[in-house]
Design a protein around this ligand. Sequence first.
Ligand code: CP3
Length: 321
Amino acid sequence: MRQAGRYMPEYRALREKYSLIEICKTPELALEVTLQPLKFGFDAAILFADILLLLEPMGAPFDFVKGQGPVVHEPIRTRAQIEKLRVCDPEEGLAYVLEAVRLIRSELDGKTPLIGFSGAPFTIASYLIEGGKSANYRLTKQMMWSEPEAWQMLMRKVSEVVRRYLRAQVEAGAQAVQLFDSWIGSLSPADYEAHVQPFVREILQDVMTLGVPVLHFGTITSTLLEAQRDAGGTVIGVDWRIPLDQAWNRIGHDYAIQGNMDPLLLCAPPEVAVARAREVMRLAAGRPGHIFNLGHGIIPQTPPDTVKAVIEAVHAYTHEG
Ligand code: CP3
């Protein structure tokens, strides 16, 4: 999940001077921001980057617009545009991310593991087609249903970039990688299985041969958990809408699970947040393979002290056995 960001005064101070994209493109700044949240005591560091960075080298530049979120300058709506998208080599178009991975790894010096990540093809395709965030994914679903060949060409191109990008991050030193399919919860199981799962499977089956843990995350996945697991990943990430024990029973205890506290609980009184974090731990029942995490990204209004209190509570619970 997002771990650094606007809830931290140190991050906001840096953002006064640099844009989000400038931070991502400058390995020394990406390093600084990656390290910022570690003072709270996290067990792993997450690379500071964004799932949309690969849009630019693919030939679909975008910006983050204040108050609006990501905006793709020329959304991809036609077959001719899809044909022009580049299946780029991450060592060229995303070299700055790989440089940041190397720099962060050398700075962490084996003390804290580094998690790399990428967006998954459906979630990336939704930004390419809609041009930004979307309430109902109308244009994305329209292409999926009415132009299956164009959809497949788009998904194949994005998938190949994602596969290469995750591989390159592991080769640069990432000790685990996470695939964010944040918006798959908008699909029915049948549509997920027909139009998305084969592409995700191809990526994950390949990346899983690298021998590092592969986290496969989605939200609103209560009806998709089995299909998501079958697409691949050694760890399945779940949001808070399903109790952790129910999700784990469905996924199977031979898989690891990541989750799943509601990130808004960090805006509740600290004692409430801590009690609810302990409840997630209780549902995990001390089994090996539970990674405590939020069920989705941290929001900017989060009080940093509550983040610290929850991390301490999770560590204390683990030591209580
Ligand atoms: O340390 C970390 O938190 C890792 C960095 C990280 C970012 N984005 C940086 C970022 C990670 C893991 C992401 C993933 C990401 N980006 C996802 C998948 C996870 C999820 O939340 O579902 C998605 C969908 C995106 C796309 C994206 N990037 C959106 C929708 C936004 C919000 C735009 C807005 O104006 O609120 C972003 C911006 C973004 N990426 C921020 C951060 C810290 C916001 C802070 C800023 O503007 O400086």
